[in-house]
Design a protein around this ligand. Structure first.
Ligand code: DQA
Length: 138
């Protein structure tokens, strides 16, 4: 059985209440349950943190043994050399996801420290971006 993990960065614990016109009104926990039952032949772990170093620790921990990482580093995508470096350092492939189309938003969201070392990038499909990313590993 393939082993995947979804890793969410800062403020994504607020999904459902946070700017619903951009991020939708579903909580990530509800969405995660639906994705887990849809892909019942894969194991999908989940980790969320608002803290940059905790995200790096988790990526190091899983990044040499898991089959895939679905990473939404949220605001750290645009600022974190450290997360960019760890994505480069590990052997597990990373698919970068974003709920919103970051290219249709402010200029500072057009920069990603993750994309150069990601296997691919999926953005702008709402929460569906995550299932497209999971599917890409199957
Ligand atoms: C986001 C886009 C980022 O620019 C933003 O900082 C987020 C969420 C997205 O999923 O659309 O927090 O990664």
């Amino acid at each position: 059985m393939k082993k995947l993990i979804i890793i969410n960065g800062p403020n994504l614990n607020l999904l459902g209440k946070r700017e619903p016109e951009i991020y939708g009104s579903e909580t990530f926990e509800d969405y995660l349950n639906s994705i887990k039952s849809k892909f019942d032949k894969v194991s999908i772990d989940y980790f969320q943190s608002n803290i940059e170093g905790e995200l790096i620790d988790k990526i190091q921990e899983v990044g040499f043994s898991y089959d895939g990482i679905v990473l939404n580093a949220a605001a750290y995508t645009h600022t974190s050399v450290g997360i960019g470096d760890v994505v480069k350092a590990i052997t597990t492939p990373v698919v970068e996801v974003h709920i919103s189309n970051t290219f249709s938003r402010e200029d500072f969201r057009h920069q990603s420290y993750i994309s150069p070392n990601a296997k691919g990038v999926i953005l702008g499909f709402g929460l569906q971006s995550y299932e497209l990313a999971v599917e890409s590993f199957l």
